[in-house]
Design a binder for this molecule. Sequence first.
Ligand SMILES: [Zn+2]
Length: 283
Amino acid sequence: MKTTLALVLSLAIACGCLHTWSVAQADEKNLEAQANAKKKPKKKKKVGPPKPLYDGEKIRALIITGGCCHNYIFQTYALASGVQKLANVEFQVVNVGGTGTAAEIDLYDNPQWNAEYDVVIHNECFAKTTNPEYIKKITSGHLTTPAVVVHCAMHSYRDAEIDDWRQFLGVTSRKHDHQSRYPVTVTEPEHYLMKTFPKDWVTPMDELYIIDKLWPSATTLATSVSEKDQSVHPVIWANDFQGTRVVGTTFGHTDDTFRDQTFIDLMAKAIVWASGKEEQAKY
Ligand SMILES: [Zn+2]
């Protein structure tokens, strides 16, 4: 099953097209085939194992990924498959723009690009894209659609003169420290996203992003300390982007981070919370 799903996702990424990926749907097809073979009437019922975090109405999520410096095919697979074990989320994936540091992807040419989704996960890396009209197409979609922003999303559009993307993220960052295993300190233990977060998590090898500015609309949820100068930087935060929820983490450089269950748990809860579904979640 895992191999098949991985293949399906890889194909979707390779062709750069939108592709719906759902474990539940795959299981449903098998069960329907079995039911038809026995000539039983079709029965529409929920299949697949119960989701321990969130089993409510399906959350429609779009992952936008691609660009420089990271293994986005693996990261997307690990994120989507890990989250789907925990929460009822249907993912579509857009992985376009190549592996360079600048791209303008066709997705945003549609002014309704965000309309079909409850939440968008940004895990892309296009630091040298600076076109203000292009950037505004993205941020205007997020006036109504929540987001989860991961790692190099924070360095995307870094060279742009306008602040729209940074205001959307909730942070301004332009560089990072070396890779290390960074201890993470929870600063808002009562926030939904942190209530079940371990108090002693140390990241897999990852980069510490230097946060130059936390925007007034953002709340730091967890921090890490620079090994170079002992400065303290937000590593997980929540942002209120003009009324829309945004969750960010600057971790996510290595594949090992995406293999880490604490990171996947954070992603699952971030998707649930950003979508406004936390009251229907089991924790
Ligand atoms: Zn990185």
